[in-house]
Design a protein around this ligand. Structure first.
Ligand code: T3D
Length: 265
């Protein structure tokens, strides 16, 4: 049982909902701890093949709960809060968990994603947004820099010009614009986006799990590699997956003109 998140498992899909709607699902230590446990749970559960991450209420996530960071403006020497330690202990491990999870994570972006909330949405593998959703790089406005991988993901998806302007100005990026600019996969009507995220999760859950996991890892790691290294990664994975039961089943099902049933081995 969790207080700040919910997790619902339907067949092979786990849906994790950030659940502090009155604070736009911003992060306190309890939500960090519970979300981390939820990701560990889905990682360990061999029956789960895809994960949806969404938010309760009108926001997806507004990043750090700033009431835990509040400093009175007339205070002479603000209480020292070691933000580097917070990033190291909570935010970076979360981004690594999403990125390294051997299952696809679909962000069902229900509303505004601000600060580290935007970073978390960008770290997911596929983003299906409500047409009411948006991104706000809120960091600079409060004297910080984009963290939790936002600068890394934005530069790769959006290029320099858009990354710098969004990060420094902190302007709202609508879901439609994010789609046009290649930051997300799909925008749906507000009534449909969760069903659409489930439909994608079901498609992914029916695919060979080893191939989905290997594809995610291959693409995520490609940014650090030159073409020759990437060709070698692909060759190694082809060799490995070519010996899997799922590959045999995939080819047999194709030849026999029937749906394939994959076992993840
Ligand atoms: O600290 C560390 O550990 C380091 C790591 C930092 C990572 C970060 O995420 S830094 C960035 C932190 N986040 C922000 O700066 C975003 C702050 N929020 C906003 O700018 C706005 O709320 C939004 C643009 C996201 C949405 O605006 P709007 O007008 O739709 O809603 P609102 O009225 O501002 O917010 C609704 C309520 O949620 C409101 O509470 P109230 O007045 O109804 O009781 C507001 O205070 C609360 N809320 C929104 N964001 C946060 C929050 N409460 C605490 N922390 C928040 N981040």
């Amino acid at each position: 049982m969790f207080n700040t998140i919910q997790i619902e498992i339907k067949k092979s899909i786990a849906c994790i909902t950030l659940n502090r709607p009155d604070k736009l699902n911003s992060f306190n230590v309890e939500m960090h701890t519970e979300l981390s446990q939820a990701f560990d749970q889905v990682a360990a559960d061999k029956t789960i093949n895809a994960v949806i991450l969404t938010g309760a209420g009108r926001g997806f996530c507004a990043g750090q709960d700033l009431s835990d960071r509040a400093v009175k403006s007339d205070q002479e020497a603000p209480q020292a809060v070691n933000l580097g330690a917070s990033v190291e202990k909570y935010y970076n491990p979360l981004i690594r968990k999403i990125s390294h999870l051997d299952k696809p994570v679909i962000c069902a972006l229900n509303g505004v994603a601000a600060g580290a909330g935007a970073s978390i949405a960008m770290a997911c593998d596929i983003v299906v947004a409500s047409n009411k959703a948006s991104f706000i790089l809120a960091f600079c406005a409060i004297g910080l820099v984009p963290d939790s991988g936002a600068s890394w993901h934005m530069i790769r998806n959006l290029g320099l010009a858009r990354t710098k302007a969004l990060a420094m100005l902190g302007n709202k990026l609508t879901a439609e614009k994010a789609l046009e600019w290649g930051l997300i996969w799909q925008v749906s009507e507000a009534d449909d986006f969760l069903n659409d995220a489930y439909a994608i999760a079901e498609q992914l859950a029916a695919k060979p799990p080893l191939a989905v996991a290997a594809t995610k890892a291959l693409v995520n790691k490609s940014f650090d590699k030159v073409l020759d290294q990437q060709l070698e990664e692909e060759r190694m994975l082809m060799q490995q997956l070519g010996q899997s039961e799922d590959y045999k089943e995939g080819v047999a099902a194709f030849m026999e003109k029937r749906p394939a049933t994959f076992k993840g081995c």
